[in-house]
Ligand binder design. Structure first.
Ligand SMILES: Nc1ncnc2c1ncn2[C@@H]1O[C@H](COP(=O)(O)OP(=O)(O)O)[C@@H](O)[C@H]1O
Ligand SMILES: [Mg+2]
Length: 196
């Protein structure tokens, strides 16, 4: 399966999502993470040699793709309309991470409008969801569903362990932190939805 992670807004958890879904998919079958992000964050992580899955840049990714059962592609901020069509057609599932705030929601609506919708299998993943009693996550989910958009049932909670993991260069399940398993489960549940 080829999964591409893209969004019209930066800082919504694209790279975090791509890394954790690659880590989850690797528990099922050999997985390659293609780091198309210009800051090369995931490549920096793999350089520290602690990831369970293979990471490559886009050029290497093209050569390596056939060797892997699953491929997760991380993309830089805001593809233009043409790039979006190309990357959407080149994958089995387009994941659009979206934080539960007005700006990210507007960017997500715009992005889905830009997609050749009937030809593209996309799903929106709510990320960095603040804890209760804040109900921004539920409100965002309802707004997206009411607009007829495809949304993951599971969402990703806002947890400091994700930032710790990024600093240490590993997925959250490799961090010693009392929230590590709770954080990991968010992405494991999303991964299960992908695998159907
Ligand atoms: N669920 C989360 N909870 C808390 N912080 C998060 C979460 N997901 C991502 N972050 C942090 O938010 C920032 C942006 O995430 P990142 O994955 O780099 O976004 P993008 O690739 O879309 O720019 C990073 O500092 C990251 O560690
Ligand atoms: Mg990124």
């Amino acid at each position: 399966m080829i999964v591409t992670v893209a969004a019209f807004k930066g800082g919504v958890g694209k790279s975090t999502t791509a890394l954790h879904l690659a880590a989850y998919l690797q528990t099922q079958a050999d997985t390659l993470l293609v780091d198309g992000d210009l800051n090369r964050s995931a490549l920096d992580w793999t350089n520290r040699g602690r990831l369970s899955f293979k990471v490559a840049d886009q050029k290497q990714g093209v050569e390596l793709a056939k060797l892997y059962e699953h491929i997760v592609i991380d993309t830089p901020t805001k593809p233009d309309a043409k790039e979006l069509k190309t990357l959407a057609r080149g994958c089995d599932l387009l994941i659009i991470p979206c934080t539960p705030d007005a700006i990210a929601l507007a960017a997500t609506l715009k992005m889905v409008d830009t997609l050749p919708r009937h030809k593209v299998n996309y799903r929106i993943l709510l990320t960095i969801i603040p804890p209760t009693p804040n109900n921004a996550g539920e409100e965002a989910r309802n707004a997206l569903r009411n607009a007829g958009l495809a949304v993951f049932k599971s969402g990703i909670r806002r947890l400091a362990v994700f930032q710790r993991a990024a600093l240490e260069g590993v997925p959250v399940n490799a961090v010693k932190d009392s929230y590590a398993q709770i954080a990991w489960r968010c992405y494991a549940e999303a991964g299960k939805e992908i695998m159907g």
